[in-house]
Ligand binder design. Structure first.
Ligand code: MLT
Length: 273
C-alpha cells in the first residue's frame, strides 16, 4: 500500500512524498518534467522487499518552491529532510532519474555518509555544455511568454524511444498530461537549476559506495555514449543498457528496471553487513 505523506519545512513550506513497503530504504528521485508519481510502475514491485520513498522534488506535487532561486543543492536538502523524517540515522540507496540524478550527485557531495549506493537512471555527472544551456534559455523564454504547453508538447514525445512512440501513444499522452500539471514557474526553476549545476564527476572518483548506471539505447536526451566513460570512475559499477528504450525505462521497461534496482539494493545492503 502506498501512503502519501507531507512534512513541513522552513524553506519549502511543505514537502510531499509517497512511501510503500518495509525493509532497507530506497529513495527514488524523479526527473523533469515529472513528480514522484513517475515511479508508479516500479515502486509496487520494489516495495515487496524494500521501503520505497518517492519524494516530490520542490515545485512538484505538494512540495513548495523556495523564496529564492532553486538549485540542485537545495533539492538535495529537501531529499535529506524527507529521508531524515523516514530513515533517521540509516544509510540508504538513492536512485535518481536524469535531473533526479543531478540531485543525487549533489546529495552525495554533501551527505555521502548516508549513502550505501547511488543509482543513476539515464543521468550524468557532467554539467550542461553551452549548446544545452542555450537550448534551456530559449525554453525558459518560451515558457515565460505563456508557452509552457507548447514547450511540453514538443519535448515529452522526444524522451521516449521510437518503438515506444510507435507502439504506445497512450503512454506518451499520459506523461504529457502529467507534465502539464506542473506550474510554469516550476519548469523555469528546474531549468535554471540544471543550467547552474557543476561537474560532479569527482564524486565518482572518490565514491566509497557502489554506483549503478542504467542506460536506454535510444535515449536522445542523455545518449549513453557520452556517459559511458564515467562508468569507470568509481571502483564498483553496475552497468546495463536496455534495448528499444529511450530516456524513460521506468515506464518503457519497468519490470527490468525494478529487477536491476532490486539486485543493486541487495548488493549494497550486503556490503553494509
Ligand atoms: C530529465 O529527464 O530530468 C531532463 O530531461 C534532464 C535534462 O534536461 O538534463
Amino acid at each position: 500500500m502506498t501512503e502519501r505523506a507531507t512534512i513541513s519545512h522552513p524553506l519549502f513550506s511543505t514537502l510531499s512524498y509517497r512511501k510503500s513497503g518495509s525493509g532497507p530504504v530506497l529513495l527514488l528521485l524523479h526527473g523533469f518534467p515529472e513528480d514522484g508519481g513517475l515511479w508508479r510502475e516500479v515502486a509496487p514491485k520494489l516495495s515487496e522487499q524494500f521501503t520505497v520513498i518517492c519524494p516530490d522534488l520542490p515545485g512538484t506535487g505538494e512540495s513548495g518552491l523556495p523564496e529564492g532561486a532553486l538549485t540542485v543543492e537545495l533539492m538535495a536538502d529537501a531529499v535529506k529532510a524527507i529521508a531524515d523524517a523516514e530513515a533517521q540515522e540509516q544509510q540508504y540507496v538513492l536512485a535518481g532519474h536524469s535531473m533526479g540524478g543531478y540531485v543525487a550527485f549533489a546529495f552525495a557531495e554533501k551527505y555521502s555518509e548516508r549513502l550505501s549506493g547511488l543509482s543513476l537512471v539515464h543521468s550524468t555527472a557532467a554539467p550542461d555544455n553551452e549548446e544545452k544551456k542555450e537550448t534551456r534559455r530559449k525554453a525558459i523564454a518560451l515558457i515565460r511568454k505563456g508557452g509552457a504547453e507548447a514547450f511540453l508538447k514538443g519535448m515529452v514525445p522526444g524522451v521516449f524511444s521510437p518503438a515506444t512512440r510507435e507502439e504506445r501513444p497512450d503512454l506518451i499522452q499520459e506523461q504529457l498530461q502529467r507534465a502539464l500539471r506542473l506550474a510554469p514557474e516550476s519548469l523555469v526553476a528546474f531549468y535554471e537549476a540544471m543550467i547552474k549545476r557543476p561537474d560532479r564527476s569527482g564524486i565518482l572518483h572518490k565514491a566509497a559506495f557502489p554506483v549503478q548506471w542504467i542506460f536506454g539505447k535510444d535515449d536522445s536526451t542523455i545518449p549513453p555514449e557520452g556517459v559511458l566513460p564515467q562508468t569507470h570512475f568509481a571502483d564498483r559499477n553496475f552497468i546495463a543498457e536496455y534495448p528499444e528504450t529511450g530516456h524513460m525505462s521506468m515506464l518503457e521497461q519497468p519490470a527490468r528496471l525494478a529487477e536491476d534496482l532490486a539486485v543493486f539494493v541487495q548488493y549494497c545492503q550486503q556490503q553494509k553487513i
